[in-house]
Structure formats: C-alpha cells, structure tokens
Design a protein around this ligand. Structure first.
Ligand SMILES: Nc1ncnc2c1ncn2[C@@H]1O[C@H](COP(=O)(O)OP(=O)(O)OP(=O)(O)O)[C@@H](O)[C@H]1O
Ligand SMILES: O=C(O)c1ccc[n+]([C@@H]2O[C@H](COP(=O)([O-])O)[C@@H](O)[C@H]2O)c1
Length: 194
C-alpha cells in the first residue's frame, strides 16, 4: 500500500485492515513514497517525517510493516520500479496486491510504464467518498473492487486543520498527533525541527 502519508491517517489504517481481512492477506506493507513526483514537492514533508509517522501508526498491528524501498531508492518514485524490486526480492510465487483508494483509478493508466503493472501485481481499489469505484483499462481478472466504510478523511484536510489550530486527534492515531505536535509539522508559524 503506497502513499505519500503526509500524514498517515485513520482511513489509511482502516483500509489496510479491511483489505487484509477481506482478501485473507498475510501482511500489508506500507510504502511511503520517496519523491512523489506527481505532488508539489516543496509542500511535501520530509521522507524522514513521513516514514516515522507511518512506522508509529502501524507499530501495534503485527500484520503491518513499513518499507523504505521507495525512500532509499532515491529519485522520483515510480510504482513500477517498486513492484519490479519486490518481485526480484520475493520471487514469482508470492502473490502481490497493489492497494489503493478509488481516487487513484482515474490516473493509474498514466503512471510510468503502467502497462507493465498487471504483469507484476494484482490490484485492490477501495471506495473513497467523492470517487467512482470503476476500474477501466486494467485486466478485470487482476482487479478487486472493495467497499470500505466511508471515511471522508484526507491528509490535505489534516494538514489544513493543524494549520488552523483545529483538533486532529479523532483523525490520526494518538502517537501520530503527538509526533506532529512535537515536530511542529503543518504549522505555518513553526519550521519543523531538523
Ligand atoms: N479516506 C480515504 N478512503 C480510502 N482511501 C484513501 C483515503 N485517503 C487516502 N486513501 C488512499 O490511500 C493511499 C495513499 O494516499 P495519500 O497518502 O495520498 O493520502 P491522501 O489523504 O489522499 O493525501 P492528500 O490529501 O495529501 O492527497 C491512496 O491509494 C489513496 O487513494
Ligand atoms: O508510478 C507512477 O508513475 C505513480 C504516479 C502517481 C502515483 N503513484 C503512486 O500511487 C500511490 C498513491 O499516491 P498518492 O498521491 O495518493 O500518495 C503512491 O504509492 C504513489 O507513489 C505512482
């Protein structure tokens, strides 16, 4: 399950839990994007902060782990590189699933070397408020569409709330809220501590 995770929030965790239970997955690997080229990098928090928050948020669930593969690779983050690397390391026998929200569906065919992805992985797309859950252009036998309890949470809204001094403790794990506060993330009046 890849993402910018700036910050990771309760809808990410709920989605991972529902997908793991519905498909009987052994593990869910969260993969924070190193350089999400499709976002404005000047506005994205450091990979170190995003990685730390993802580790903190997932630490209590034994099914969850966090991979540094996209952070350590350097350069713009392309999902095809990640799945090629996962295949190389894990071999052909392991069944892989790219887990994403419905908002990802509208752009996935424009991703770098998107045509190679179905040879490397299955796909699970989860419902997300305001987005259609319809996979066009991917091989249907490779795609699972899953309705998850709808949570209108986004990292954007959390960053905005912190910036306005509004509470976020109902939207992220407590340890992530503490981390954001300690590090001064998303506060226009405070530069993150380096
Ligand atoms: N509320 C949600 N419901 C279902 N899927 C979600 C939700 N929020 C994020 N996702 C999915 O989680 C993955 C990682 O998303 P990302 O880290 O960009 O979070 P985001 O909330 O969309 O962030 P931002 O608001 O900064 O764009 C994507 O596949 C995205 O579709
Ligand atoms: O490979 C690409 O070209 C590509 C383009 C856009 C997004 N992605 C991946 O899609 C995932 C979700 O992206 P986002 O913007 O919701 O954080 C994340 O793992 C990104 O690296 C990948």
């Amino acid at each position: 399950m890849g993402g910018t995770f700036d910050p990771i929030h309760n809808a990410h965790l709920l989605k991972a839990d529902v997908v793991a239970r519905s498909l009987g997955l052994d593990a869910v690997v969260f993969i924070p994007a190193g350089q999400p080229w499709h976002k404005n990098m000047a506005e994205v928090s450091s990979a170190a902060d995003r990685y730390a928050m993802t580790v903190i948020a997932t630490a209590t669930d034994p099914r969850f782990s966090v991979s540094r593969v996209e952070i350590d690779r350097g350069g713009p983050t392309y999902t095809v590189d990640t799945f090629q690397e996962l295949r190389r390391v894990l071999g052909e026998q392991v069944e892989l699933f790219l887990i994403a929200g419905a908002d990802v569906l509208k752009g996935i065919l424009t991703w770098r070397e998107a045509r190679l992805l179905p040879e490397l992985t299955n796909f699970v797309f989860c419902s997300r408020p305001g987005h259609r859950l319809l996979a066009v252009g991917l091989p249907p036998e490779r795609v699972t569409l899953l309705h998850v309890p709808e949570r209108g949470i986004s990292s954007t809204s959390i960053r905005r709330r912190v910036g306005c001094g509004e509470p976020i403790r109902h939207l992220v794990p407590a340890a992530v809220a503490d981390y954001i506060e300690c590090r001064g993330l998303y506060r226009p009046d405070r530069l993150p501590v380096t």
